[in-house]
Design a protein around this ligand. Structure first.
Ligand SMILES: NC(=O)c1ccc[n+]([C@@H]2O[C@H](COP(=O)([O-])OP(=O)(O)OC[C@H]3O[C@@H](n4cnc5c(N)ncnc54)[C@H](O)[C@@H]3O)[C@@H](O)[C@H]2O)c1
Ligand SMILES: O=C(O)C(=O)C[C@@H](O)[C@H](O)[C@H](O)COP(=O)(O)O
Ligand SMILES: [Zn+2]
Length: 367
């Protein structure tokens, strides 16, 4: 078992990473002071529930917890205000009070939504993250919780940190291959913003990662969570440094919104966005090697690295203007200056962004 800490003073919390951790969940709940006198509510989706809900519920009940489970439909469209309202209704009916906890069992969709339920129910109750996707090495750490609006991704949300993160790597073995690849996109991102050696490692071990080798996954997720924990510990509410975790997201979030949240997976959109950012960086003088290695590594992991032809560049440009990263009349981009190093720029000519998107689209036509 590996352990990391998100260091936020009195709100610090651990990330436990290991195999079989869900089968001992109640001892972690107890250790972290989750009340047995108030009911708790597990939020998960139908696909994850089929694999992991019954054993988790049995384990927690055997440990003396009163458990209510809420099951939402799988998919990004569940990250909505309507679903938030439904879950608040379920929490009230199940008798959750201010000492109750919300338990997120799932990937980033469940985690972001459940975290926002916890942040808003009775103005904030405890929550626990039980991530079950590779991507959730990112989403379960750091306390960004949110739902989407049709016009913009994650635009209604809060910062609300979990009590602890319990990452059972056994759960990853049932992930569909497309979800494995999408999750690895954010793993590579953590290397691209912070650790060049780790990017080399990801490139070299791409096949091991895709094959879900326990050793490779354990190492990569510990590294990825480690970068995230260090960054969040220094800048919890994104006053500065934390924005680097947004590499690839200016373009990526716009693509997700334009696609209606049900076509491109988050990790796929971010992959295209990271290639776009590396291309944009070349216009500011970054060496072409940065663009080439970014694209090569993501492609080796089976991720999209061009903009599908059907995307309308005007619509993508306009979606970018609704993002949180658009402020005071300018777009904010995280641009790589070397592998493992990025800078935050607010002086991006809009025409350059358009050119990059057109180039990425042209590459799709040429494939
Ligand atoms: N809060 C943050 O800091 C943060 C960071 C990154 C991404 N996100 C958000 O995370 C979301 C994407 O998360 P995701 O990729 O985990 O998506 P997801 O939660 O939709 O899970 C992906 C798919 O895999 C299925 N699944 C999950 N675990 C499984 C398992 N163990 N076995 C079999 N199937 C399983 C789910 O049912 C779903 O269909 C996006 O909404 C993104 O915006 C948030
Ligand atoms: O934790 C962060 O900070 C991130 O930016 C991580 C991103 O991978 C994640 O997709 C996040 O939800 C994006 O945040 P947003 O504030 O741009 O919505
Ligand atoms: Zn992301």
């Amino acid at each position: 078992m590996r352990e990391l800490t998100v260091d936020l003073g009195e709100r610090s919390y651990p990330i436990y990473i290991g195999e079989g951790l869900l089968s001992e969940a109640s001892s972690y709940f107890q250790r972290h002071g989750i009340s047995k006198r108030s009911p708790l509510m597990i939020i998960t989706n139908d696909e994850i529930a089929a694999h992991y809900l019954a054993p988790l519920q049995t384990e927690l009940e055997a440990g003396g917890y009163r458990v209510h489970s809420a099951i939402i439909p799988a998919g990004e469209n569940s990250k909505s205000l309507d679903m938030l309202g439904e879950l608040v209704g379920e929490a009230l009916e199940a008798g959750l009070d201010r000492k109750s906890a919300i338990v997120a069992l799932g990937g980033g969709v469940v985690g972001d939504l459940a975290g926002f339920v916890a942040a808003s129910y009775m103005r904030g109750i405890k929550f626990v993250q039980l991530p079950t996707t590779i991507l959730a090495h990112d989403s379960s750490v750091g306390g960004k919780v949110a739902v989407n609006h049709p016009l913009a991704k994650n635009i209604i949300g809060a910062f609300h940190q979990p009590e602890f993160v319990l990452y059972d790597l056994y759960t990853l073995q049932t992930l569909p291959l497309r979800e494995v690849k999408a999750g690895l996109s954010e793993v590579v991102k953590h290397g691209l913003i912070w650790d060049a050696e780790f990017v080399d490692w990801c490139e070299k071990h791409a096949n091991d990662l895709l094959a879900l080798s326990p050793d490779a996954l354990g190492y990569a997720l510990h590294k990825g969570c480690g970068v995230k924990a260090v960054v969040v510990s220094q800048d919890e509410t994104e006053q500065g440094l934390r924005a680097i975790l947004n590499l690839g997201h200016t373009i990526g979030h716009a693509l997700e919104a334009v696609a209606g949240y049900n076509e491109l997976l988050h990790g796929e959109a971010i992959s295209i966005g990271m290639v776009g950012s590396a291309r944009l960086a070349m216009k500011f003088g970054a060496p072409s090697q940065v663009y080439e290695q970014t694209k090569r590594t993501l492609a080796k992991l089976g991720l999209p690295v061009v903009l599908p032809e059907k995307y309308d560049v005007d619509k993508v440009m306009s979606a970018m203007m609704h993002d949180k990263k658009f402020a005071e009349g300018t777009m904010v981009f995280v641009l790589p200056t070397a592998i493992g190093k990025v800078e935050i720029r607010r002086d991006i000519p809009v025409d350059w962004v358009r050119e990059v998107l057109e180039q990425l689209k042209l590459e799709d036509e040429q494939q």
